[in-house]
Ligand binder design. Sequence first.
Ligand SMILES: C[S@@+](CC[C@H](N)C(=O)[O-])C[C@H]1O[C@@H](n2cnc3c(N)ncnc32)[C@H](O)[C@@H]1O
Length: 283
Amino acid sequence: MCNTYNEFGRRIASLRKEKGYTQEKISSMLNVTPQAISKWEQGNALPDTLLLPLLSKLLNVSIDYLLTGESSVGKAGPYDGEYQKEAFYWGIQPSELAEQIVDILQGDTANKRLLDVGSGEGRDAIYFAKCGFQVDALEISTPGIEKIKQYSQLSGYSVNILHADMIGYEMSEDYDVLYSHGSLQFLPLEQRRKHFDKYKQRTKLGGLNAHLIFVEKPFVKMAPDWEKNEFFYQSGDLARYYHDWEILRCEESIIDCNSAGVPHRHAVNRIIARKINATRDGF
Ligand SMILES: C[S@@+](CC[C@H](N)C(=O)[O-])C[C@H]1O[C@@H](n2cnc3c(N)ncnc32)[C@H](O)[C@@H]1O
């Protein structure tokens, strides 16, 4: 059989195992024989097209990803299951970092443009909108986006939604504030410098960048819901990226977290930096 069949077979076998399903289990959910699953996984046959929507739902990936293996928007994100629930997984209170940005600007927020990278369900994005910012909320998760829309309707404050993958996202605008809270660990190590350079370049002179990132510490256990596409930062990484900006805050601390319903801790680094000069590439 051709390569495409083999690749498809390997992909669904690996996704099935990641989910902890046996061939029997998935065959009963799809109402096909276990032999059919075995044939797909060995690259000897493809499923009926009509089964693809259900298969993609069971394996928590888009049909696009199922067929091509390409990581793209629509691929189920790590929090999709939680975002599909009625409750707001991260709550609706803004983060302390978001509140501090507003304090620093002392009310001078009207019509300032802000990009929130990895907005989740929108708790910070909507707060910023409420404080007068024009907010672009960038998020990869489809259920996350739905939650942002829901919160926007409930609160009466709107944000511009960018349903996109932060990796390689081409910004076409300049911002007064570039913000992220607990999301930049999804940037692979080799791509970080490029992305931070872009964030700095796309910030207006006098504008702010603010991030909360997760730092690796030998005395803090890995969170139970840490995914294989999440990568720690090291102490000092953020200070180095922003070494040529005015640093308004840069500190590490240990925070408590209850994501996945399991109490655990994170070592985090928060930074708020102001652009005081035009940024040169690679600095
Ligand atoms: C820990 S949550 C933080 C959410 C939000 N910033 C908050 O503090 O409530 C990280 C968010 O990053 C999003 N994310 C993960 N990978 C992404 C990517 N490649 N592009 C855009 N968003 C991504 C996840 O879907 C998730 O909503």
